[in-house]
Design a protein around this ligand. Structure first.
Ligand code: PLP
Length: 392
């Protein structure tokens, strides 16, 4: 009865089973996978967020496939503040960046075409690819005290069926920003091979150090580019569901892409009117919540550094931004075994590296968003567990 594209293995994995069992027993679990900002006790300006929902303008429906002009102007402003000049006509609103990916895959690829994604990276790509009948190919992110894009590998992985290269900037979970030199090479290749570039910049506003080298794809005009972002991370408001695509490139490409993208969006009209109206007010709280989130991620990261400043069998990988940290753990257990041990023995929940498709074992990934009491206790427990296990 069902389409093959939904033939996923839907059986809950062992880790999720054990977590569910612990919760059912009422056992408190230190959840170091928590990356939902609304669950991490940030001080949201509740009235600023809620008041504009009660506007009379929210009762009127005047759909524009690209999204309301006033809201697109706010997005245009967001880029201008970063020295990037795009016009509101290049901006397309969606209900999330995940949805934006789907629309772009529909715009660019026929069934059987392929799209390149970084490895390790965000686990949702596999589902997005299946749902849109495209194949995924990967290119490596290489770690040698810093993360680099394997550009040679990226280039050699493309073939005549490659329709887009995805850059996650900064990448989840490696927290590595795209560098100007890497971008230059990739743009030159994309331009010569007619492959579109898609840059996912949902964590762009979260560098650990404000001076770190960051470059947004939104300003690239020499080749077709699509830059994704949204309020789920940039405003800490995932429940409100608003994302956007900035299309850029040569004028003739932009005209054709815009017409087609507009038709896709017109078919769904995915963004709610109240959310678009609220953006005028919500934009005022962006910097406040970003500062709070950045203070939290930096505090938790510094704590991790301090715990690991003495010799320890686990080590923290360098990263430049985002909401995650990666720990390399001894290979005396598999990632699955480590995560199950932390869960059962220490009541701490973390993600295994394989969840993000790391090429080798053994890594664990933790979110830097949890409140410090939870983060610090959880980290102390698992680092103690690792050093004790490594001694035996
Ligand atoms: C790299 C990356 N892109 C996109 C998303 C999804 O963003 P949105 O909530 O706008 O769909 C996530 C969510 O964690 C993410 O990690």
């Amino acid at each position: 009865m069902f389409a093959n594209r939904t033939n996923w293995n839907l059986k809950q994995n062992e880790i999720a089973d054990r977590l569910q069992a612990l919760k059912a027993l009422g056992t408190p679990v230190f959840d170091l996978s928590e990356s939902n900002p609304t669950e991490c006790r940030f001080e949201y300006l509740n009235e600023t967020i809620l008041d504009p929902l009660n506007m009379v303008a929210n009762l009127k429906y005047a759909p524009d496939p690209k999204g309301m002009l006033g809201t697109r102007k706010i997005v245009e402003d967001y880029y201008r503040q970063n020295g990037i000049f795009v016009d509101s006509s290049q901006i397309f609103l969606t209900s999330s960046s995940s949805e934006a990916y789907s629309f772009l895959f529909r715009l660019l690829a026929n069934p059987g075409d392929n799209i390149l994604v970084p490895r390790p990276s965000y686990p949702l790509f596999h589902f997005l690819a299946d749902l849109n009948d495209v194949e995924l190919k990967t290119y490596p992110l290489i770690y040698d005290h810093d993360w680099h894009i394997g550009t040679e590998h990226l280039i050699s992985s493309c073939n005549e069926k490659t329709k887009a290269i995805i850059l996650v900037n900064p990448n989840n979970p490696t927290g590595s920003f795209l560098k100007a030199k890497e971008l230059e090479k990739i743009v030159e290749f994309a331009e010569s091979s007619l492959i579109a570039l898609i840059s996912d910049e949902v964590f762009f506003d979260y560098p650990f150090n404000a001076n770190c080298e960051r470059v947004s794809l939104a300003k690239i005009k020499t080749t077709p580019t699509f830059t994704l972002n949204g309020i789920s991370k940039a405003f800490g408001l995932p429940q409100m569901k608003l994302g956007w695509i900035v299309a850029n490139g040569p004028r003739s490409f932009l005209n054709m892409a815009s017409e087609r993208l507009e038709m896709i969006l017109d078919t769904y009209l995915p963004v709610s009117t109240p959310v678009q109206n609220c953006m005028k007010t919500w934009v005022a709280q962006r910097e406040i919540i970003q500062k709070e989130i950045l203070a939290r991620t930096n505090k938790n990261r510094l704590f991790l550094h301090s715990l690991l400043s003495k010799p320890h069998p686990a080590s923290l990988l360098n990263s430049e931004g985002g909401w995650y940290a990666i720990l390399k753990v001894p290979k005396i257990k598999t990632e699955n075994e480590w995560v199950l041990t932390f869960l059962e023995e220490d009541h701490v929940y973390v993600h295994p590296g394989f969840f993000f498709d790391f090429e080798a074992e053994a890594y664990i990934v933790v979110s830097l968003l949890p409140i410090p009491e939870v983060f610090e206790e959880g980290m102390k427990r698992i680092l103690k567990r690792i050093s004790e296990t490594a001694k035996h």
